[in-house]
Structures are given as C-alpha cells and as structure tokens.
Design a protein around this ligand. Structure first.
Ligand SMILES: [Ca+2]
Length: 482
C-alpha cells in the first residue's frame, strides 16, 4: 500500500510537537510528510514557528547523537523525504483577534523555557522568516540564538523555509499531486484551511481526507461545568467580555485549558476561529451554501480604529462543486481519553537522559513544565499520578496506523459549528432527531436544522481507537525507540 501523504497544519505547542515527532518517526512505507503549515494558535505565530524550528533542531541533534552512540537513527520518514517544507500561515483568525492558550502552554507554547518573541502583525512569509532570524541574532539568550540562527542558516537542515503563504502552499501541493492522494491533518485553528478552500475550492476538494483535532460533541461528558473545589473558593472571577476571545486568567481558564477547551462547550481549535472551521465543514454538505456561517459586521468601535487591519472577506463557494469534502473529526470526547502519564514518560526517558539524548532532554523539559502546571492547578492530582491528554497526537496515530481495524469511525453526522453565540461560540451543534436523509439531488432547503431536507454537514467522527491503554507507550516507543 502506498504511503499516506500528509500536510500537518499546526500551531506548535506541547501536543503538536509530540504529534509531529510521531509523524516524523513513522515508516516511509506508511507516511510521507509533505508540508508543515504553521498557524497562530496555542501562542502567537512567531513563537509557533520558532517551536517548529526548535523541533527540527533537536531532531537533527538527536540523529547525530544516536549515530555517535551506535543507536538506530529513527525518524525514517523524515530522513527519507527531507527537507520538509515549513510554510507560514495567518497571524489571526478570520473574524477576530487571536485567542491564545499561552497560559497553559507558556508564552512560547512549550512551558516557557524560551523568550517570547512578541507579535509582529501583518508580515509576509519572507518578512516573518527575516524577523525571526533578526530576533535570534540579536538575542542575549544563547540557546535561542543557537537554535534559530544556526538552524535557519544550516544548508543540511531538515526543513526548508517556504516564502509562499501556507494556504497557497497547500493548494500547490494539491494541484501537483494526484487527486485523492493527500491528507491534511488539522491540529490548530483552521484559518489556513478556510483560506485555501476559499481561494480555490475545486483544488481544495482534491484532498483525500481532512483529519481534524476539534470539537466536543457529547455534552453529557463535559465536566468543564463541574468546577473543582478551588474554583468555589476563588474570589472575584472576572466576568467574560461580550466578545469573548480569551478566557480571563483564573481558575476557570486553568480548568478549561487542561481540557484544551476555551469555553465550556468548545474545544480551543474551533473556538479560536469558528468561522474558519464552519466554512471548511460546509464543504461536506451536498449544498454548502445552506450551511455557510453568517458574515459578521464589525462593531462600530473597531471600524473607527484606523490601525485595525481590515478583515479578510471570503466569498461563498460556487454552486455545483464536483464533490464533497471528506472530514474525520477527532473531538475531545476521544482525544481527552488518550493520556501521556508522567510515570511512563519518566521511565522511558530516564536511561536516555542519563546517556545525554538531546531530544529526551528537550521533551523532558517542556513536559515537566506541562505536568507541573497541571499538578498546580488540579486538586487531587499528585506529581506521581499526573497525566496529560495529548489531543493532537491521536490524529497522527490514525494517519500512520490507518489500516488498524480497531479504529471506530461514525460516518455522516450533521454537526455544525456555532459561530455567533455569546456563550456557545465554537460549539458543535448536532442534529440527532431521527430523520431519513434524501439523496444529494434533493430539492433546495434553507439549511436550517429542521430535518428531512438532506442538507447539512456530513462529518465522520472517531469514537474509538486501537487502545487508550497502549497509547502512551506506543507514542514514546516510536519517538524514542525504547
Ligand atoms: Ca494544536
């Protein structure tokens, strides 16, 4: 069977980094990584990009170290298809300012061992690369200078710097490859994908499958509304503003961030740009125009500010598209059950740390910060029992081991993203009333959740994996080979 070709659309924070490492560690017979398209998300775009470069830096050092000590080099997919193209996406959502999970991921997205670069809005890809290099070269932090400056200038680098905006790079790959041969793995806000779909819908529809870490479908499973005892004791929890783009610091935010959620009913990736997610999912409908999100007018106060960049206007899709998009969701319902336990990580890394593995040292540092954050914010969780759901990793596992019969995927659910709710922004609305779908060529409906007209989204959803119990061990074994 031919390897699955993937594009990873990512906002590199903790679980993205582990997901990318898992992908790069796969067998080249199973997986080929064509592109890493970076978006804002967990933290601002420049820090996401810096984390991606850091990943290649440590993998480069790791391969050299493994060679020097006579170990298997690993990272077969990466070594067989390097350099991987890294492209730069937008700095903010389609409709609003970026909402970021920087509290949980640290200001650099990896628990805080680096300096923050700050935001440089509205730069071209070339300007963004240049800015990243200038910051590194003038940095007083030797580690940052070494990682970014050396890695960006290294001709034997494992990655190349694309000067093309990420959504155009995605379209180029879809044009240049056989239809139905590329899978896009979306593990950040979906702004890049929405831009690509709007730019050239028919080329976008050449994608084989879009695998998304997003959604929280079954509200009965949602414990975010059950606060821990520390929350009850917290004084003066700030009231969220009406246009909620970021949960204010405090116990609620701690609690939601642990679940990769920014609102009680929404996962972070969807919450961060619900209009982008909704626009992509409409392409799964037989009649996308019936489920397109509203285009929101700007509030008056924002219109009057001259330094606020105009929002991108994206057109509707043309009628009579040639096919429907194939999307498979990995919502928090399933990703939240796949946990990396501190005990497993430490047991796996201990001999590698003793032997000075560069990758083990890096992963150990940012995972320690992550575990410590959870212990400090979670009553009843101790140092020894703590684990962290690494949501994004599950999507890559699915792409690598797609032939495992134990994956359980429910098909064709009408799930729609709420884009305008005051309290429900980014929530998935499921129409579960029993109804019989008509064929794709049914009469036009208005797309409302009234049932029976055959419109609506048709999303596939992962409801079972090959095993929660084997997940953490498998992840560590594939990345570290031990
Ligand atoms: Ca992510």
């Amino acid at each position: 069977m031919a390897p699955r070709k993937i594009i990873i659309d990512t906002d590199p924070g903790v679980d993205d980094i582990l997901a990318i490492l898992l992908a790069l560690s796969a067998s080249p017979e199973k997986l080929q990584v064509l592109l890493i398209s970076v978006t804002y998300g967990n933290i601002d775009l420049q820090n996401c990009l810096r984390n991606a470069i850091s990943l290649f830096h440590y993998v480069n050092k790791e391969i050299a170290w493994r060679e020097s000590v006579g170990r298997s080099l690993g990272f077969e997919t990466l070594r067989s298809s390097k350099p991987v193209v890294v492209a730069i996406g937008p700095e903010q959502p389609l409709a609003e300012n970026a909402s970021m999970l920087d509290f949980f991921h640290g200001q650099d997205g990896l628990g805080g061992p680096h300096l923050s670069l700050g935001q440089q809005p509205h730069l071209t890809p070339a300007e963004t690369w240049q800015h990243l290099l200038e910051v590194a070269e003038t940095s007083s932090a030797p580690e940052q200078s070494e990682i970014i400056a050396k890695e960006m200038k290294n001709p034997s680098s494992l990655f190349t710097q694309s000067q093309t905006p990420a959504h155009l790079e995605i379209l180029k790959l879809l044009r240049d490859n056989e239809p139905n041969s590329i899978t896009i793995v979306a593990i950040g806000p979906m702004t890049n994908l929405a831009l690509a779909a709007a730019e050239d819908p028919e080329t976008f529809l050449k994608v084989k499958e879009i695998v998304v870490m997003g959604g929280h479908i079954d509200q009965a499973d949602n414990p975010a509304l059950q606060p821990p005892s520390s929350l009850e004791q917290a004084p003066n929890i700030p009231e969220p503003p009406f246009r909620l783009t970021r949960q204010p610091p405090g116990p609620i935010r701690d609690l939601l961030n642990m679940r990769n959620q920014t609102a009680p009913v929404a996962d972070f990736n969807t919450f961060a740009d619900p209009i982008a997610a909704a626009r992509v999912y409409t392409l799964t409908s037989p009649k996308p125009h019936t489920v397109m999100p509203f285009a929101l007018p700007l509030p008056l106060c924002e219109k009057q500010e001259e330094d606020v960049a105009p929002l991108p206007f994206l057109p509707s899709y043309p009628d009579n598209l040639s096919k429907r998009l194939n999307v498979t969701l990995f919502p928090i319902d399933i990703t939240g059950k796949h946990v990396l336990a501190r005990g497993d990580l430490e047991a796996s890394l201990e001999p590698l740390l003793a032997a000075k593995s560069p990758l083990a040292e890096w992963v150990s540092a940012f995972m320690k910060a992550t575990f410590d954050k959870i212990v400090s914010t979670s009553p009843g969780v101790s140092r020894d029992t703590v684990g962290v759901p690494v949501h994004d990793v599950l999507t890559i596992w699915y792409c690598v081991d797609y032939d495992d019969p134990k994956w359980e995927i429910s098909e064709g659910e009408d799930l729609r993203v709420e884009t305008v709710g005051q309290w429900t922004r980014g929530m998935f609305v499921a129409d579960r009333r029993s109804r019989k779908r008509k064929d794709d060529d049914c009469d036009d409906g208005d797309g409302r959740l009234t049932g029976g007209n055959g419109n609506g989204n048709r999303l596939n959803r992962c409801v079972g994996s090959p095993g929660q119990d084997i997940f953490g061990g498998l992840l560590l074994k594939r990345i570290f080979g031990s």
